[in-house]
Design a protein around this ligand. Structure first.
Ligand SMILES: Cc1cc2nc3c(=O)[nH]c(=O)nc-3n(C[C@H](O)[C@H](O)[C@H](O)COP(=O)(O)OP(=O)(O)OC[C@H]3O[C@@H](n4cnc5c(N)ncnc54)[C@H](O)[C@@H]3O)c2cc1C
Length: 359
């Protein structure tokens, strides 16, 4: 009882010490009708997201709610700049990941759980937030206009594009339903889950053969399904894969359907010439037919490379002043959560520095 009361007293004391100056400060701000972003000083208390105001010009508008965008949001709010974030699907690719084992601080974490932790960290700030909306265009004016798919226009002194990438899909029955339950896209990330199991790889290009190499070392059997009559990956990769005795190839065929109720149990492939259908028993399928950057809405506005990735310098600056980009949507090599997060923080610091020097 004594210990309990002592704890309560300490908590009350801390609450007073931490929040009293803040309340006085807030009163002062209200009294003098000053516009000031309190988020940077109020991050100890839980705040709800604010809705985005069309009439306001935000210091930073962030596009995307994957690791790059959410990290940028945390950095901007801690810097005390007014920030709006527009997110199509919270978490981005991380939300599709069964297990993350290479993000520091967690030996193992489920992708959805990690997204929850990211969101929780952003939610402590009173950030202007819109989820479930896509950006459809962006202007390169001094004050940037970010147009959403419902016609809403969000204005920003700077913009951080963190719209990531989307795996190219097969668009066959079973694919969406079984993502994370045998349907996988990222071999670097998910191959270890297939130790001793049978895995199909759809795609015979570089990403497909790299996936097959990761899998061949640990899976009991790997079946590469390629729509052409030969593999199109680099020779060195093909030679490496040929050394494994547990790899089979199915050429001139495409995947018609992914089978399974709770998890993948097999796939149906069809020979493109003969139209013959075959069922292959498997524990999972890696769809390795490439990734596309979500950069369509900014085509013709910023410079891109031949893969439609946004070109950035080491400060995450794009070819347009005031527009920054971070994460998988950029030309930065290696697409991983920790890299996207690091790039997001860099983009935020660059945007804040840009505003400070300009104002
Ligand atoms: C299945 C899978 C497993 C993976 N496993 C791992 C792993 O174990 N470890 C690891 O380090 N990496 C892994 N990766 C890679 C990692 O997830 C990515 O490198 C990382 O998520 C990139 O972060 P990002 O923020 O740049 O982009 P994304 O995660 O792609 O996020 C982009 C965000 O932008 C939003 N968006 C897109 N277009 C628009 C638009 N027009 N308007 C508004 N919002 C938009 C999206 O909805 C999303 O919120 C995996 C990827 C996949 C697909």
């Amino acid at each position: 009882m004594y210990i309990y009361n002592f704890k309560v007293d300490i908590c009350l004391l801390l609450e007073l010490i931490l929040n009293l100056p803040l309340r006085i400060f807030e009163g002062f701000i209200k009294e003098y009708n000053m516009e000031f972003n309190l988020s940077a000083v109020s991050f100890l208390s839980e705040k709800n997201f604010l809705s985005i105001e069309e009439a306001k010009v935000y210091d930073v508008v962030i596009i995307g709610g994957g690791p790059a965008g959410l990290t940028a949001a945390v950095y901007c709010m801690r810097k005390g700049v007014s920030t709006a974030i527009i997110i199509k699907d919270i978490g981005g690719q991380v939300a599709d990941t069964a297990a993350v084992e290479n993000y520091l601080g967690y030996k193992y974490i489920n992708g959805v759980e990690l997204v929850e932790k990211f969101k929780e960290q952003v939610q402590q700030f009173s950030i202007a937030y819109e989820e479930g909306r896509s950006v459809v265009s962006l202007s390169d004016d001094d004050i940037k206009k970010v147009v959403l798919d419902n016609g809403k226009v969000v204005q920003g002194k700077t913009v951080i594009i963190a719209s990531g990438k989307t795996w190219r899909k097969l668009n066959v029955p079973g694919e969406d339903r079984l993502v994370g339950r045998g349907v996988a896209y990222c071999a670097i990330c998910d191959a270890p889950l297939f130790a001793g199991k049978i895995a199909i790889v759809a795609g015979g290009g570089n990403s497909g053969i790299e996936a097959a190499l990761d899998l061949a070392a640990i899976a009991s059997k790997v079946v590469v399904v390629q729509n052409l009559e030969n593999l199109t990956a680099d020779k060195i990769l093909i030679e490496k894969l040929s050394k494994f005795t547990n790899v089979e190839y199915v050429f001139k065929s495409h995947v018609l359907e992914i089978e399974g109720d709770e998890k993948v149990t097999g796939v149906v492939v069809e020979n493109i010439q003969t139209k013959e259908k075959t069922s292959i028993v498997a524990d999972g399928i890696f769809i390795s037919i490439g990734l596309d950057p979500n950069s369509d809405f900014v085509k013709g506005v910023v410079d891109m490379n031949r893969f439609n990735e946004i070109n950035t310098d080491s400060f995450c600056r794009t070819s347009v002043e005031g527009i920054f980009a971070a994460g998988d949507v950029t030309s930065v090599p290696f697409k991983q959560i920790i890299i996207a997060g690091g790039e997001g923080s860099k983009a935020a610091l660059s945007a804040c520095e840009y505003i400070m020097k300009k104002d």
